[in-house]
Each structure stands twice: as C-alpha cells, then as structure tokens.
Design a protein around this ligand. Sequence first.
Ligand SMILES: [Zn+2]
Length: 147
Amino acid sequence: MHMHNTKHLIQKGKLYTLKQSSEEQIEEVSSKILQETETEKEKESILCRNCKNEITTAEFITAFNGQHAHIFKNPAGLTFHIGCFSRAWGCIVYGIPTYEYTWFAGFSWSVALCSNCLTHLGWHYQSGGNSFFGLILANLVKDSKTH
Ligand SMILES: [Zn+2]
C-alpha cells in the first residue's frame, strides 16, 4: 500500500470519529457502519431491514453537530437511535414539514417512509437550503453481498 493512501484513510477516519457518549449501544451500531465505510470504499448499500429496498449507501453517511448517530425521545416517550444521511433515495417524504417537537434546532421535519414497503424509516429535516435524513438505525441493514 502506498503511504499516501494510508494517510488519506486515517484522515478520513478522524472525520467520522464519534464523540464520547454514555450510550454504548448506539456507538456500537454506528461504529459498525463507520468501520465498514472505510474498508468497503463507501459503496456499501444500506437497505430497508423489512424489504431490502436500497435506501442509501455508506457514501452518504453524514454528521450533525459532529455526530452521525443521535438518540432522541419523542413526546410519547419512545426512544429512537437515528443516523444522519445526506441523501436517501429509497425514502419517500410524507406530510407537511413542521417545527413541532423538532430534534434539530432550526430544522423542520416530515416523515420518511420506505418507498417500497412504506415502513417508517425516520425523518427528513430541512432548514433553508440544508436538508438531511435522520434514519432509525434499527430499521436499516447493510448489504454485504453486492458491490
Ligand atoms: Zn422497505
């Protein structure tokens, strides 16, 4: 391996390093995704766990406030572990965007469903020209066979 490539990978890894979190479970889930992001050259598909529809790829894993994975509780008391993705073409965005109970300050949200089986996969967040998907990690699965 060339020195240049090694250095590049290390720098890339740093970009995705998660901050210390007391929530070990979510670190485990997200670090699994992130590790494979580095080794699989970011081509790995991320699928709907229910129907295996391609939702996005590891290439579009992104971070909000420096963190890819976030844990939130909705007003009904349910806890969600979500990961941020800049694009998710396997989702359809449903409903009128609202700021009510938003988890990301300044961002409105609407519901994101699997375009194939309509499973609730998370939310689409929008603020001005910025938008991203916050997807429920437990409802996604990685495709290790293709690519
Ligand atoms: Zn689906």
